[in-house]
Write a protein that binds this ligand. Structure first.
Ligand code: HPA
Length: 274
C-alpha cells in the first residue's frame, strides 16, 4: 500500500493555494454526469488532477478529472469534477485523499452525490434520496494503516456519518422548489460488476435502500477529518432482479441526465442554506 501522509496532503494543498487565493468552505464531489455543476462556478480556477501532487487520475467515462474552485450560490466551494472509485484499482486511501486535501484547504462541509440502484421497491428511477446512513460492503476502509492523530482519531465515531441537520436543510430546500426527496440507507459495494439478484435481496434484508460503488470511503475520510456530510443519491435504476431486465451503465447515464436540472437546482439551493 502506498501510504499518503500529512506531508503529501500538505504538498497537494500548497500547490492548490499557489494557484488560487480562494478559501473554500464547502466541498462537492459529484457523481456520474453531474460534474456540469462546475459550469455554474463563477470565476472558477480549474486545476486538472494530474497537476496536483499525489492526486490520483480518474479513468471512468463521464468523469472529467479536475478540481474547480470558486463561488457557487454565493459561497466559496471546491468541486471535484470526476471522482476516484476503488473499482478503478485505487486503494481506499487514494479515493479518500482528495477529501483530506479539501480539509487542509479549510472545508467544513462536504456534499457528495452519486448514482445508485434502488433496492427499496417503493422507489422509482429518477428519485433523489438523502442518504441517512451507509453500510460499507466494499471490504475496504480508507483508514487502514498507521493512524496520524493530526488527521483524526484511530477509531472515529460513525454514529452520525450523514448530518441530520444538513439532511433536514436539503428536505426544506427541495420542498421550496416543489418536489420531495426520499430518504434511505446507501450500501457501498466495490463493483464494477453490478450485483446479483441474491445480493440485492440480502442488502434489502440488511436494511439498505440503495446501492452504489462510491461515497463510503470518501465519507469515512470526511468524518475522520471532522467534516460534516450531506449525501444525496440519484436513483438511476432499480437494482438487479427487481425488474425483468439487465442493468446497464447507459441506463444510469440516461436517468441521471433526465433529473440533472432538478438535482443541480437542489444543490444550488442547499449551498447558501448550510
Ligand atoms: N448497483 C451498483 N452501483 C450502481 C447501480 C447499481 O444498480 N446504479 C448506479 N450505480
Amino acid at each position: 500500500m502506498h501510504e499518503l501522509t500529512v506531508s503529501h496532503i500538505r504538498e497537494a494543498a500548497d500547490y492548490i493555494t499557489s494557484v488560487t487565493s480562494d478559501k473554500p468552505e464547502i466541498g462537492l464531489i459529484m457523481g456520474s454526469g453531474l460534474g456540469i455543476l462546475g459550469d455554474y462556478i463563477e470565476e472558477a480556477t480549474v486545476i486538472p488532477y494530474h497537476e496536483i501532487p499525489h492526486f490520483p487520475i480518474s479513468t471512468v467515462e463521464g468523469h472529467a478529472g479536475e478540481l474547480m474552485i470558486g463561488k457557487l450560490s454565493g459561497r466559496t466551494v471546491v468541486l471535484m469534477r470526476g471522482r476516484f472509485h476503488m473499482y478503478e484499482g485505487y486503494g481506499p486511501e487514494l479515493t479518500a485523499f482528495p477529501v483530506r486535501v479539501m480539509k487542509a484547504l479549510g472545508v467544513k462541509q462536504l456534499i457528495v452525490t452519486n448514482a445508485a440502484g434502488g433496492i427499496n421497491t417503493g422507489f422509482n428511477p429518477g428519485d433523489l434520496m438523502i442518504i441517512t446512513d451507509h453500510i460499507n460492503l466494499t471490504g475496504c476502509n480508507p483508514l487502514i494503516g498507521r493512524n496520524d492523530e493530526q488527521l483524526g482519531a484511530r477509531f472515529p465515531d460513525m454514529s452520525q456519518a450523514y448530518s441530520r441537520r444538513l439532511g433536514a436543510t436539503a428536505n426544506e430546500e427541495a420542498s421550496k422548489l416543489g418536489f420531495g426527496l426520499r430518504e434511505g440507507v446507501y450500501v457501498g459495494v466495490l463493483g464494477p460488476s453490478y450485483e446479483t439478484p441474491a445480493e440485492i435481496r440480502m442488502m434489502r434484508t440488511m436494511g439498505a435502500d440503495a446501492v452504489g460503488m462510491s461515497t463510503v470511503a470518501e465519507v469515512i475520510a470526511a468524518r475522520h477529518s471532522g467534516i460534516e456530510v450531506l449525501g444525496i443519491s440519484c436513483i438511476s435504476n432499480m437494482a438487479s432482479g427487481i425488474l425483468d431486465q439487465p442493468l446497464s451503465h447507459q441506463e444510469v447515464i440516461e436517468t441521471t441526465e433526465k433529473v440533472k436540472a432538478q438535482f443541480l437546482g437542489l444543490i444550488l439551493a442547499v449551498i447558501p442554506a448550510i
